[in-house]
Design a binder for this molecule. Structure first.
Ligand code: EPU
Length: 426
């Protein structure tokens, strides 16, 4: 693995326009759904990030022809149904590989997917995915660390997909995909309402599925005999948009975001506004500017439409510079706080108490070498570096490149002093 790092000289106020890429977390399950389609699937605005590359690799092992067209669209055609196995080697690199389980089972009636392990943000069980597949008529065994699922034919079912931390995004995606080709009616209660789940349902419907209720906690799927391909545009990445909103606020800058859906960011914008950041819809997009004084606020992450866990680390970076104490509570992944120790190395005053962090605002952050640990924690360190005094070095940026399209180039284009360099960690 290359040990590239970012070197950031903090201080410059960001100004200008940034185009937000397509959403990684919408693209991944939609790409996996191509396993179920007869004929060609053409996807626009799939972000060229490494998680997408990992999944493309897996899909091609599973017999899907994968091609990036010169116009940037991704073309997927399922050709060969022989191999139904997602091996540990690839699942280990990317947990989202679990989203091939539903499509393989529905279309090929068998799937062997390595059981995902834990990851930097916590345990991340898949019990709800497995329960959904069983309720749809699959037999499931665990063999040598692989989930082995088989069925003669899937049938519709009623299911409740809530767990101790609420709904599950990829669990809902897997259930919805499998139910699309099951015989009869499926009702998913406590379905995830995330925009990425809605995007998947809209894509499937365009391929001939019959899904209603997406975006609500009750999704109803009437099974169909087959799905055809289609041409589809992925929604904008709300987490990338939120990250650039913080980049603007933390540098007292003024950024306009193109391809940004504010209706996907209501809870986040509510907190930004309470902090004193201006968020305005304009003709060209969404303009974010900030007053010098940042108010402290309390933030609790929740499933959509609540405040997204994927923006918790980034808002913590901003609140480090607020004028007072903020409280951040993580209700989706209670252990997702690896950025706390790294932000503290940059002079932040943070105290973690269970799933809560008390952020005592400081006047300034101070540059330091820090280490990325997971995708969103890394983004928070880059944001802190943009505001810190001195040169921050963010190591192990392969984490950030899993989910952000050329973040260094996008930031540089609006005035940030950030360079990507190759090297060791010394
Ligand atoms: N959970 C269970 N059982 C399950 C599945 C989940 O208890 O079978 C729990 C999880 O442990 C967690 C909660 O349910 O406490 C929610 O997890 P969820 O299943 O919704 O997460 P996910 O679908 O695996 C997606 C995103 C994550 C994002 C979460 C929450 C993708 C590829 N990943 O993961 O994105 O944090 O939803 O919104 O869509 C990221 O992009 O950085 C990222 C981690």
């Amino acid at each position: 693995m290359g040990l590239a790092y970012f070197e950031i000289n903090g201080g410059p106020r960001l100004r200008g326009t940034v185009r937000i890429s397509g959403a990684k977390n919408a693209a991944l399950p939609i790409m996996a759904a191509s396993l179920m389609c007869e004929g060609e699937v053409i996807l626009h605005d799939v972000p060229p990030v490494s998680d997408v590359t990992f999944l493309a690799e897996l899909l091609s092992k599973l017999g899907v022809e994968v091609e990036w067209r010169p116009d940037g669209a991704l073309r997927l055609v399922a050709r060969d149904e022989m191999n139904c196995r997602a091996e540990y080697d690839i699942v280990r690199k990317m947990r989202a590989s679990i989203c091939v389980l539903g499509p393989l089972l529905a279309k090929r009636h068998r799937a062997q997917v390595s059981m995902p392990g834990g990851c930097a943000i916590g345990d991340r069980p898949v019990n709800l995915h497995l329960r959904a597949m069983q309720l749809l008529g699959a037999d499931i065994e665990l063999v040598n660390g692989d989930i082995v699922a088989k069925t003669k034919k899937l049938h519709g079912s009623e299911m409740f997909l809530g767990g101790p931390f609420g709904s599950t995004v990829l669990g809902t995606a897997n259930a919805m995909m499998a139910a699309t080709l099951a015989e009869g009616l499926t009702v998913i209660e406590m379905a995830a309402c995330e925009p990425e789940v809605v995007d998947l349902a809209n894509f499937l419907n365009k391929c001939g599925a019959s899904i209603t209720g997406q975006g609500t906690p009750r999704i109803v799927i009437e099974g169909v005999k087959e799905l055809h391909g289609c041409e589809y545009r992925i929604i904008p990445d709300r987490i990338e948009a939120g990250t650039f909103m913080v980049a603007s606020a933390i540098t007292n800058g003024e950024l306009t975001l193109e391809n940004c859906r504010l209706d996907h960011l209501m809870a986040f914008v509510d907190r930004l506004t309470a902090i004193g950041v201006n968020v305005e819809r304009s003709e060209r997009g969404v303009t974010v500017s900030s007053a010098r004084r940042l108010e402290p606020v309390d933030v609790t992450t929740q499933p959509f439409p609540g405040f997204p866990t994927d923006l918790q680390a980034q808002i913590m970076a901003l609140l480090c510079l607020a004028d007072g104490n903020s409280i951040i509570t993580e209700k989706v992944f209670p252990d997702r706080f690896l950025h706390v120790a790294e932000l503290s190395r940059m002079g932040a005053h943070l105290r973690k108490e269970g799933p809560t962090v008390i952020v005592q605002g400081v006047k300034r952050l101070i540059a330091a070498p820090v280490m990325a640990s997971d995708l969103r924690a890394s983004a928070a360190l880059v944001l802190a570096g943009l505001a810190a005094r001195g040169t921050t070095r963010v190591n192990r940026i392969y984490h950030i490149e899993r989910g952000y399209v050329r973040i260094d180039e996008k930031l540089r284009a609006v005035g940030a002093d950030i360079q990507r360099r190759e090297g060791d960690e010394s």
